[in-house]
Design a protein around this ligand. Structure first.
Ligand code: 6R9
Length: 695
């Protein structure tokens, strides 16, 4: 039904890359390193050895599978879905013909009528297949000598105990549970326990402030909050329970009170005696969970029943509750994990993301465990005790697949090669990158130094909304280009459109959209289907709009260029400029604020805030600090502005719109590129801003 001919022609042409056609056809072992002569030859080939053992070993093989996935999505995905356990078969694999909001409401469904359970598929199914004693989770604590592990059977026991407790406190299918935990094994345990009983988990990254946590509690009204008393990150101890207490007080004021706060005693960070406690509401995990039986009946759910809610930043101040359902998400995360990392049962897999973000949902918990993988969970910080910690961990566990973010790559690159080279890293096979575009120099360092020029890098482009990888290399199939996410995953039809929403072919750049539905797509924004349609489907009718800019080169490789909306990406964390602005103006002395992203050597983007003070209030260092505290308090430390720029006034159009384009140029000191300022209501504010640049 969909006109895919153009796209397929295009994909076919990719198989004959002009500069590498000969090489690709037999994928020989030319590994091109640092000394590439011309951009045109900037291809990095997987070794013969790697390709010959890869799941997808050539561009031809990829094309064959890709073609089928696009021409016959129902058949392609049904075949894969059949390898999972379903209590009842689905009615129809896909119901999502319409992505055109002008033709009716967007209602994406995959495997509707299919009855399954993702926890069952991740644990029981793998145990039944004989993997009960295989390690599911290796936990590495903040301190290098503190660790633990759980086999698949042991993990299932723990999940069942918690699931039984949740049932006991009356958490039912469809009820929300908020999880506010650091990277302890209890975090995936809690996610899986919710999934087992059909409850909807909403993990809140344990770096969010009490106010952000409370905002999420008020939005989804959880039956319980699961947390721990404290966590150690590097040398610091963070009292999480105090944050939760404050959030619960705040939520009650807003009409939502939570009856149960299940608290894990994280003894290495804080003893229970030191923890503030509210009798009747607070329950120690260790006191109660082990008393429950280690088996728990599965709540069988429809493929379209909700699995989780994850709040993410958009271009307004209010975070969006991205809702994922069960069946399609299960099939998609498992399949993308398998192919993009060329997963083998003998792999030891480490993803450095926190489960508080989508990467931790799809590629710490669900994708890997559905494949029966051994997964490492790391509580600490990558530079503690020193900058070699990651490679110590790689050697300690013989990690074969290492998946991280460009911001970490850049910061470790700055600390010097010695930390890397003092470790062997010879177990590494595949590297991965996610969160933001990886700049070619960081790519090369990652490839040459970390991976000893041996390991392909899967630069995976995707989003909270997409559930799983959308554009990603399949290591072994394609030669890579440093900094390019390469080609679409099976079943994904990415298109680049211009401002008018017209698809552009060939070498081009524009807005990245997706033309079809894929199983892992989110189904709505919790409680606000209208915002879902407005944000993602109205900008370019007929397409899902990603919010990202993208260009495609002559060989068909995709190059992501960053957000085109008011979202900034700081160390791979999505932050809405409006959220930071609203935190700043909550300070009584702040009259107005405008926030833009600026290039940052390590974080990718830094937060640059222009602040106008209330009439008569003088600038001061103290006030600058107070403003930063306001943001840390309302959102979390990771959203603190890097720079406060005092602004007597902000450049506005006559209709009162802040001209961010100009602010971005001032922030990045590109003063000769300010462009036309004549449409401003008061052009002189620009000169004032420039004068105050260094204050
Ligand atoms: C998975 C995740 C999504 C935004 C996305 C884009 C950026 C993520 C990327 C990338 C270039 C990559 N992004 N991966 N940009 N190359 N490999 O990060 O989800 O937190 O929702 O952020 O991150 O801008 O739109 P999320």
């Amino acid at each position: 039904k969909m006109n895919t001919c153009n796209h397929l022609r295009h994909v076919e042409s990719m198989a004959t890359l002009p500069s590498g056609a000969g090489k690709i056809s037999h994928l020989n072992s030319v590994i091109l390193g640092e000394d590439l002569a011309s951009e045109e030859n900037d291809l990095v080939f997987p070794s013969n050895h790697f390709s010959s053992q890869a799941l997808v070993s050539s561009p031809e093989k990829y094309l064959e599978m890709y073609k089928r996935s696009i021409e016959d999505p129902a058949g392609f995905w049904s075949d894969i879905a059949s390898t999972f356990y379903w209590k009842h078969q689905w009615n129809q694999p896909v119901f999502s013909e319409n992505l055109d909001v002008t033709k009716g409401t967007i209602n994406i469904e995959w495997f509707k009528g299919g009855i399954t359970n993702i926890c069952y598929n991740a644990l029981d199914r793998n145990i039944d297949a004989g993997n009960g004693s295989k390690i599911a989770l290796y936990w590495e604590g903040n301190e290098p000598d503190v660790d633990a592990s759980l086999s698949y059977s042991q993990l299932l026991d723990k999940v069942c105990q918690l699931a039984n407790y949740l049932k006991d406190i009356d958490v039912k299918k469809g009820d929300a549970v908020i999880i506010y935990l650091p990277m302890l094994m209890e975090l995936p345990i809690a996610m899986l326990a919710c999934a087992r009983i059909g409850a909807v988990h909403s993990v809140v990254f344990a770096g969010f402030s009490a106010e952000s946590l409370s905002q999420r509690i008020v939005d989804c009204k959880p039956k319980a909050v699961i947390t721990c008393n404290a966590v150690r990150r590097g040398p610091k101890v963070i009292n999480l329970k105090e944050i939760v207490d404050a959030a619960l007080v705040e939520s009650t004021k807003n009409g939502v009170s939570v009856d149960v706060c299940l608290t894990y005693e994280n003894q290495s960070a804080m003893k229970r005696e030191a923890t503030k406690w509210q009798e009747g509401r607070d329950v120690w995990w260790q006191d109660i969970i082990p008393t429950y039986p280690t088996t728990c009946e599965v709540e069988w759910v429809d493929a379209e029943d909700p699995l989780f809610l994850l709040y993410t930043s958009g271009s307004t101040g209010k975070p969006k509750g991205v809702l994922h359902t069960t069946g399609g998400y299960m099939v998609y995360t498992a399949t993308t994990f398998k192919y993009a990392f060329d997963y083998k049962p003998s792999d030891i897999y480490w993803c450095t993301a926190d489960c508080g973000w989508i990467t931790g949902h799809s590629y710490v918990t669900y994708g890997p465990l559905l494949n029966g993988a051994s997964v490492i969970i790391f509580e600490g910080a990558p530079n503690y005790p020193d900058s070699g910690r990651c490679w110590d961990i790689v050697d300690k566990y013989k990690v074969t697949i290492f998946y991280t973010a460009p911001t970490l790559v850049r910061s470790l690159m700055r600390d010097g090669d010695e930390y890397v080279t003092r470790c062997s890293r010879k177990s590494l096979r595949v590297l991965g990158s996610v969160g933001e575009p990886i700049n070619p120099s960081a790519w090369r360092w990652f490839f040459n130094v970390v991976g000893d020029s041996r390991c392909p890098i899967s630069d995976t482009w995707w989003q909270t909304e997409t559930g799983g990888f959308m554009i990603t290399p399949l290591p072994g199939a394609w030669p890579q280009k440093p900094g390019s996410a390469t080609f679409p995953f099976f079943g994904v039809l990415p298109v680049i459109v211009d401002e008018k929403g017209t698809e552009i072919e060939g070498e081009c750049s524009g807005y990245l959209c997706v033309k079809n539905s894929w199983p892992g797509a989110f189904r709505t924004l919790y409680g606000d289907h209208e915002r879902y349609e407005t944000t993602y489907f109205k900008p370019f009718p007929g397409y899902y709009f990603s919010g990202d800019g993208c260009s495609r080169d002559k060989d068909g490789y995709h190059w992501l260029t960053g957000r085109v909306d008011d979202v900034i990406n700081v160390s791979g964390h999505r932050i809405g400029t409006a959220e930071v602005e609203s935190a700043l103006v909550s300070h009584p002395k702040c009259a107005e604020a405008a926030v833009v992203g600026v290039e940052h050597e390590v974080k990718g983007q830094g937060i640059y805030a222009f602040v106008t003070l209330v009439e008569g209030v003088p600038y001061s260092e103290e006030l600058r600090k107070e403003l930063i505290v306001a943001v840390r308090k309302q959102i979390g430390a990771f959203a603190a502005p890097d720079k406060i720029h005092w602004a007597p006034g902000l450049p506005k159009t006559r209709s009162g719109k802040i001209m961010r384009r100009i602010l971005r140029k001032i922030a990045s000191k590109q003063l000769d590129e300010l462009g036309d300022t004549s449409t401003l209501a008061d052009p002189s504010v620009v000169d004032q801003l420039i004068e105050l640049s260094d204050c």
